[in-house]
Design a protein around this ligand. Structure first.
Ligand code: SF4
Length: 336
């Protein structure tokens, strides 16, 4: 079996199996860029409403560049990994200032934009600009390890280098972007991590792991380090008007987003203090175990970096999804 046979099988399958996604039927580099950044953290079907809302709010790179950072974070709310939204906006500003408002098709210029790594650059260059540049993410690493029956640890640079070379060998001159998308779709729809659907797979006749009956044993991956557990108290501090005290984060994690304070700040005395529920949130490296307190306070000015938010003000604040359970509790208090 040749690479050309595999290329043909993947492209023909992609033509019939491709999902009707708003960013699959366009060569607009902004849409492809945005969809790839969103897809790094979320399944495609889950990100669709975010993609639609985000592109309605910021239809072009110029709109994104002109937007206030807080509005961009608000539109990103629920997707997590807010540094990606911040980088996206910073990169849009660079595109306007340095590239005349056009996403650069030069690989080096593209890679210099904030938040654009090898994977995103490969996706934009191949799909939007028809360049033979591979885009290798976790899905493609898995597909490569299986088809090539390659037991290199996928967390190593060597596995990535081999996968890139392999994808490049499969890319036809005239449709490199379709190969990028065919491999993405294969990884998302058939070559699933735990239960690959080999019986339906267009690559089955070319797939070393499937032919050897060891698809589920690949890819080889070193186990991740366990996440660090952090206790995170959550204070819902309500003043006599029912406004809640919010703090704007200055820490690297979730910087710029609004949060419920971990403790009552200096100058905010408590009239009452009772437990109001627990929740857990898992970030990439940290696991927050959150314990809520519902506290009543007298009318005092908001300390620096904080604000008292009425329900209407609160609706406009961008909050990390980690606090979702406590937002619900707050609404229950407001509605009760
Ligand atoms: S045959 Fe199975 S293991 Fe091989 S690429 Fe297809 S789905 Fe993945």
């Amino acid at each position: 079996m040749t690479d050309a046979g595999l290329t043909g099988a993947l492209l023909s399958w992609y033509e019939t199996a491709r999902r009707a996604l708003p960013f699959r039927n366009t060569k607009d580099p902004y849409y492809i860029w945005l969809s790839e950044i969103m897809a790094q953290q979320t399944r495609i079907t889950a990100l669709l409403p975010y993609f639609t809302a985000f592109t309605a709010r910021f239809p072009t790179v110029a709109d994104l560049a002109a937007a206030d950072e807080h509005d961009v974070l608000k539109a990103w709310e629920g997707l997590g990994y807010y540094s990606r939204a911040r980088n996206l906006r910073r990169a849009a500003v660079c595109v306007m200032a340095e590239h005349g408002g056009r996403v650069p098709s030069d690989p080096a210029a593209l890679r210099r934009l904030p938040g654009i790594g090898d994977y995103t650059a490969g996706a934009i260059l191949s799909i939007a600009f028809g360049q033979k540049v591979p885009a290798v993410d976790g899905n493609v690493l898995r597909v490569h390890a299986r088809i090539q029956r390659d037991a290199t640890d996928v967390m190593t640079p060597a596995a990535r280098t081999r996968a890139r070379a392999w994808v490049l060998s499969l890319m036809p001159d005239d449709r490199p972007g379709d190969m990028t998308q065919a491999l993405m779709e294969l990884g998302a729809l058939l070559c699933l991590p735990a239960a690959p659907r080999c019986a339906e797979c267009p690559a089955a006749a070319f797939c070393g792991a499937h032919l050897a009956g060891c698809a589920c044993e690949l890819p080889v991956k070193t186990p991740k380090k366990p996440q660090r557990v952090e206790n995170r108290p959550v204070c819902l501090l309500l003043d006599p008007e029912g406004r809640v005290l919010m703090r704007r984060r200055t820490e690297a994690l979730l910087r710029g987003l609004w949060e419920f304070p971990a403790a009552p700040p200096a100058g905010v005395p408590l009239l009452s203090n009772e437990p109001c529920g627990r929740a857990e949130h898992v970030f990439t490296h940290i696991r927050w175990q959150m314990e809520g307190r519902l506290c009543r306070t007298p009318a005092v000015p908001a300390p620096e970096g904080h604000l008292w938010a009425s329900p209407e003000d609160f609706a406009d604040l961008a909050l990390p999804s980690a606090f979702r359970a406590f937002v619900k509790i707050l609404h229950t208090v407001w509605e009760g």
